[in-house]
Design a protein around this ligand. Structure first.
Ligand SMILES: [Zn+2]
Ligand SMILES: [Zn+2]
Length: 299
C-alpha cells in the first residue's frame, strides 16, 4: 500500500509545484503583467507544459486575471472573497473562473494582445487533448495505478492551492500595503511566490513578489536562472508601487521620520537634563569639599 501511495503523493506534489511555477512565472508574470519576457523556446516549453498539466488557455487566464486587477474586491471582480466570502471562493474557484473565462467580452477586452493562433486552434485550445496527453505520460512513466493516483493528488493540490490564492490570500495574511490581499509565506512556498499577494497588488508590474528580506519568492529564483541563461528578461529593474501603495509607504515613512525626530528631541532634552544635573552635583561636591577638608589629609 505504502509503496503505491508514497510515490503517487511525491509525484503529485512535484507536479503541483511545477504547474504552480509555470502559472506564476508564465501565465501571471510574463503574459498577464508583462513583467518578464521569455525567449521563443522557453515560451513554447511553458505553453506546452501549461497545456498538458492544466488545460488552461492562456488568453482566458490572462483576461480573467486582468479583470480581477481592474475590479479588485469590488463588483466586477470575478472571484472576490469580499463579495462572496472566502469559503465560497475557495470551494467554487474553478466554477467562478470558468464562468468568466467563457465570457467572450472579457477575453476580447482584457486579452486583446494575445490573439488566437493557428497552434491554439489545432492543439492548445483543446484542453481535454492536452490533459489526456499529460495523463498518458504519467501512466507510461509511473504505471497505471501510481500514475492515476498521482494525477488525482496533483489535480486536487493544484486546484486547491490556486483557489487559496484568490480566497485565503484575499482574506488572511499580513497586509503591509493598503489592499485587500494578504501575504502568506506558507502559501507562497506552495505556489512559487503567489502567496505574497499583498505585495503583488501593491506592485503588479514587478517580476519579484518578495519585497522584504524575510519573504521568499521561489518563482523569482526561476526568473533569475532564466535571465542568467539569457532566456528571459525582466522589464523593470526597480520596484514600481501603485499610487495607493506608494502613498501609504510615504505616509509610513513620514510617520517614522516624525517619530525619529520626536525620539531625537526627547533624547537631546534628556541629555541636557542629565548634563545640568551632573553640573549641579559637581558644584555641590566642590562646595562641600571646600567647607569640610577630606579626612586623613590633615593628620
Ligand atoms: Zn488578487
Ligand atoms: Zn496579477
Amino acid at each position: 500500500m505504502l509503496h503505491t501511495l508514497l510515490p503517487a503523493v511525491v509525484a503529485g506534489v512535484v507536479l503541483m509545484l511545477a504547474a504552480n511555477g509555470c502559472t506564476t512565472v508564465y501565465l501571471h508574470r510574463t503574459l498577464a503583467h508583462r513583467a518578464v519576457s521569455v525567449r521563443g523556446p522557453v515560451h513554447v516549453a511553458f505553453r506546452t507544459f501549461v497545456w498538458i498539466s492544466t488545460g488552461i488557455r492562456p488568453r482566458q487566464w490572462v483576461a480573467v486575471h486582468r479583470k480581477h486587477h481592474a475590479f479588485t474586491d469590488v463588483p466586477g471582480d470575478p472571484h472576490s472573497p469580499v463579495l462572496l466570502g472566502w469559503m465560497t471562493v475557495q470551494r467554487r474557484n474553478v466554477t467562478l473562473y470558468r464562468r468568466e473565462a467563457k465570457n467572450a467580452e472579457t477575453v476580447g477586452r482584457y486579452a486583446r494582445d494575445i490573439p488566437q493562433t493557428r497552434a491554439d486552434r489545432w492543439f492548445f485550445d483543446h484542453a481535454m487533448l492536452g490533459l489526456a496527453i499529460g495523463l498518458t505520460f504519467l501512466v507510461v512513466v509511473l504505471g497505471p495505478v501510481v500514475g492515476l493516483l498521482a494525477a488525482f493528488v496533483y489535480l486536487n493540490l493544484f486546484l486547491g492551492t490556486n483557489a487559496a490564492v484568490n480566497a485565503i490570500g484575499h482574506h488572511f495574511g499580513r497586509k503591509p500595503y493598503p489592499n485587500g490581499a494578504g501575504n502568506l509565506q506558507w502559501l507562497a512556498f506552495l505556489t512559487a511566490g503567489e502567496g505574497l499577494h499583498n505585495n503583488h497588488h501593491a506592485a503588479p508590474t514587478s517580476a519579484k513578489l518578495s519585497h522584504r528580506w524575510f519573504e521568499v519568492d521561489p518563482g523569482w529564483w526561476v526568473i533569475r536562472i532564466l535571465t542568467v541563461l539569457h532566456l528571459a528578461k525582466v522589464r523593470l529593474s526597480e520596484l514600481r508601487l501603485t499610487q495607493a501603495a506608494s502613498g501609504a509607504a510615504s505616509k509610513a515613512a513620514h510617520v517614522a521620520s516624525n517619530a525619529a525626530h520626536a525620539a531625537g528631541a526627547a533624547a537631546s532634552n534628556a541629555a541636557i537634563a542629565v548634563g545640568t544635573a551632573a553640573s549641579t552635583a559637581a558644584s555641590a561636591v566642590a562646595e562641600a569639599t571646600k567647607s569640610s577638608p577630606t579626612p586623613g589629609l590633615n593628620t
